[in-house]
Design a protein around this ligand. Structure first.
Ligand code: DGL
Length: 280
């Protein structure tokens, strides 16, 4: 039997919260992560662009031999997965159904808040999915456009983060939600500030755990014959990417590859090894 790696992608570093969950659920499984930093944020891009990026990246990952793709970006999951998710020879797992299921399970009152990008909120994907599972649920969705740029700057706490969160969380807390879904994979990095503001009684739901289970079921492998080493590819600056990942997760990267899919074409699998970040 041929053992294959798992492809994971996002507009930037947010999807690493999903890669981390996959690595915890499947120790030993090889992962290839694509962070489309040069074209982020996706949160306010036209839907056709989001779809084009998703197709390019999935084809690139398939070219690298992955056996399944986790779309570790809610924006791409909301907009592209329903349209193009079945166009490929490998399973493509998105965030929305997993996040909706986790929220529907976690909420006692049925009042559920979703924080996400403007595109994800506009799509209404979370409200539809949650109400599909729990028809009486009251879902309040809040776009949080300032948060992704903050996380991508490595800013996950402090007064600016708190000011932004207070604006975004207020409508949800006023609506008395008992559950808040991280409808963007960047937001788990802000968990300490979100928890402090939301209080202990609100359940904070990260779809990543269910996504990891879904990917495990989809690929049908246990990773025991693999190295368990993730490899990283970015469309942006490899050194900056490595430095940010080290700040956010404490992961020290040996190398980050640079691949610009617009420049080399969607089917090309070869990039140039530019990143030689700190090996500390
Ligand atoms: N992390 C992504 C998401 O889950 C998108 C962030 C962005 O580029 O706006 O939606």
């Amino acid at each position: 039997m041929q053992y294959r790696s798992i492809g994971v992608f996002d507009s930037g570093v947010g999807g690493l919260t999903v890669a981390r969950a996959i690595m915890e659920a499947m120790p030993g499984q090889d992962i290839i992560y694509y962070g489309d930093t040069a074209r982020m944020p996706y949160g306010d891009k036209p839907p056709e662009e989001i779809m084009r990026y998703a197709r390019q990246i999935i084809e690139f990952l398939i070219g690298r031999g992955v056996g399944a793709v986790a779309v570790a970006c809610n924006t791409s999951s909301a907009i592209a997965v329903p349209v193009i998710g079945r166009d490929f020879d490998v399973p493509v797992v998105g965030m929305i159904e997993c996040g909706a299921a986790a929220a529907a399970e976690a909420s006692r009152s049925g009042r559920i808040g979703v924080i996400a990008t403007a595109n994800t909120v506009r799509s209404g994907a979370y409200s539809r999915a949650i109400r599909g599972m729990r028809p009486t649920a009251r879902v309040v969705e809040q776009a949080c456009p300032m948060l992704v740029p903050m996380v991508e700057r490595g800013e996950v706490s402090g007064p600016d983060v708190r000011n932004a969160l207070s604006e975004y969380l207020q409508p949800l807390l006023e609506a008395n939600v008992d559950t808040i879904v991280y409808g963007c994979t960047h937001y788990p990095f802000l968990e300490a500030e979100i928890r402090a503001m939301a209080g202990a009684s609100v359940a904070l739901v990260d779809p990543a755990i269910k996504v990891a289970s879904a990917v495990k079921a989809a690929i049908g492998e246990d990773g025991s014959r693999q190295t368990g080493l993730p490899s990283f590819v970015t469309s942006g600056d490899p050194s900056a990417f490595a430095e940010l990942v080290s700040t956010l997760l404490g992961w020290k990267m040996q190398e980050v590859e640079h691949v610009n899919l617009d420049a080399i074409g969607a089917h090309a699998g070869e990039g140039d090894m530019l990143g030689r970040p700190d090996r500390a």
